[in-house]
Design a protein around this ligand. Structure first.
Ligand SMILES: NC(=O)c1ccc[n+]([C@@H]2O[C@H](COP(=O)([O-])OP(=O)(O)OC[C@H]3O[C@@H](n4cnc5c(N)ncnc54)[C@H](O)[C@@H]3O)[C@@H](O)[C@H]2O)c1
Length: 440
């Protein structure tokens, strides 16, 4: 009945294919809503019962997903959520968006993906298209994942079922680029797999680009994040040197950025955060070892980005030292704890690392972040977001700007505070109070 994907192709083109999304987090929920908005019937599957319940109550928990869009697709019965994986057997397209963290020894932890793929394997049937969007090391889809799918099955990839890797490249909080208008890279196990996956994504997003294999697609994704990690490390290193030489690193980066070719502007900061930049480069380093190659540049970049946290702490200590104070007993207010602007994601956030470090050095720490009501530093230590008043601002020894949320009135902050250390250059264009500000 199925001739090289004929039936699934027809279902995709007529938008009658049933789609399952495994993992409904920062990546999975936006995709699920976008696929449903294109008229496909989508079942979202998550192990987290609270997310499933929120979706079915038509409530969005991801800032990039508009409540109105979610409400519409749930109301129109184009999208429902469940914890029950048995629905996979009736789905034609399965998209996997589960987490891919590192182990304690900085090796890829594929346990979530393996778990999800095992569910797919036990419901595998002819005609299904499975795509993995979770970031992973180059070679995972064609290796471990394909093996798991074929282990207890007579079905042949490329003939009976189809498997591809298509990395998610979304940038949470970015108002210009989103799931729909970011080009989707697609690499399948066979050319038929690539073409079918690309055909599906073309119905959802504006552009797709086909590459020769899933491993090429995996390497593309990892390279993109290595590129950012290395370039951020470069400007962080420039920041360390400029500090020693009494130069303003921001001035130099802005001046260099006026060259119309050969340079792309990256900015220094308190380090890198999120589920991508601090993690994905390790996937490549780990894989490269299998080939006897040591990814020196990638590893040193990761170290430099971690050192940025210590650099900020030293800067804070130096400023306090000039007032004959030490961190012990000093009252410090962190402005922003999310890993980047205008979102509430604190995973791997450098602000959290700074917070833990200065607490361990005896500082009395408060924070304000309009997107993060509470920060859990360990199993027995949580800090709640403070109420930001002029009294709080004037009572602290230093305001440390760690995240550059755009809804904050930085002029007001500087007006009230005694001293501000600005790790994000948000105070550069303020009209007054620059004498109270120390840029990193
Ligand atoms: N967050 C980003 O900005 C971003 C960008 C590009 C790529 N990625 C990659 O996308 C993947 C997902 O990241 P995320 O940020 O969406 O993670 P997330 O933690 O926000 O979401 C993952 C979801 O998967 C669920 N889950 C875990 N195991 C499951 C299983 N077996 N079955 C069903 N659901 C399961 C979790 O409960 C969670 O809701 C990762 O590989 C990440 O590296 C993330």
């Amino acid at each position: 009945m199925y001739h090289n994907g004929y039936e699934i192709k027809q279902k995709i083109l007529s938008h009658t294919a049933d789609v399952a999304i495994l993992g409904l987090g920062y990546v999975g929920l936006p995709i699920a809503v976008e696929v449903a908005r294109q008229g496909f019937r989508v079942t979202g599957i998550d192990v987290d019962a609270s997310k499933v319940a929120m979706i079915n109550k038509k409530l969005s928990y991801i800032p990039d997903v508009l409540g109105a869009d979610l409400r519409e697709v749930v109301k129109n019965k184009k999208f429902l959520a469940t914890e029950d994986t048995s629905v996979l057997s009736s789905c034609d397209v399965i998209i996997i968006c589960v987490p891919t963290p590192l182990t304690k020894t900085q090796e890829p932890d594929l346990s979530f993906v393996i778990n999800a793929v095992k569910h797919c394997a036990s419901h595998l049937r002819r005609g299904q298209l499975i795509t993995l969007e979770s970031t992973t090391y180059p070679g995972a889809t064609a290796g471990e994942i394909l093996n798991l799918l074929q282990k207890n099955s007579d079905l042949q990839v490329g003939d009976d079922f189809f498997l591809a890797f298509s990395p998610e490249r979304v940038d949470p909080g970015n108002v210009t680029y989103n799931t729909k208008n970011i080009t989707k890279v697609v690499g399948g196990i066979t050319s038929q797999c690539t073409e079918l996956a690309s055909l599906f994504y073309k119905e959802i997003v504006d552009y797709t680009i086909m590459v020769s294999s899933p491993t090429a697609a995996e390497m593309t994704k990892v390279f993109e994040n290595v590129y950012r990690s290395v370039n951020i490390a470069l400007v962080n290193e420039l920041m360390f040197i400029c500090d020693q030489m009494g130069l303003d690193v921001w001035e130099i980066i802005d001046a260099a950025g006026t060259k119309p070719f050969g340079i792309q502007t990256f900015y220094p900061g308190p380090g890198v955060g999120g589920h991508c930049i601090p993690i994905d480069p390790h996937f490549l380093s780990w894989k490269a070892k299998e080939f006897g190659y040591s990814t020196r540049l990638i590893e040193i970049a990761a170290q430099i980005n971690i050192e940025a946290v210590e650099y900020v702490v030293r800067k804070l200590e130096r400023m306090l030292g000039e007032k004959n104070q030490s961190l012990r007993g000093a009252k410090i207010l962190l402005m922003g704890v999310a890993y980047k602007r205008d979102i509430g994601d604190c995973r791997e956030s450098p602000a959290i690392n700074i917070m833990s470090r200065i607490i361990s050095l005896g500082a009395d720490v408060l924070y304000f972040d309009p997107y993060v009501p509470e920060v859990r530093l360990s199993s027995d230590l949580s800090v709640s977001c403070c109420t930001l008043t002029s009294r709080v601002l004037s009572s602290v020894d230093c305001v440390l700007v760690t995240t550059d949320h755009s809804c904050i009135n930085y002029q007001w902050i500087v007006d009230q505070a005694q001293v501000v250390i600005d790790t994000r250059n948000v105070t550069r264009s303020l009209q007054k109070g620059q004498e109270k500000v120390i840029l990193i």
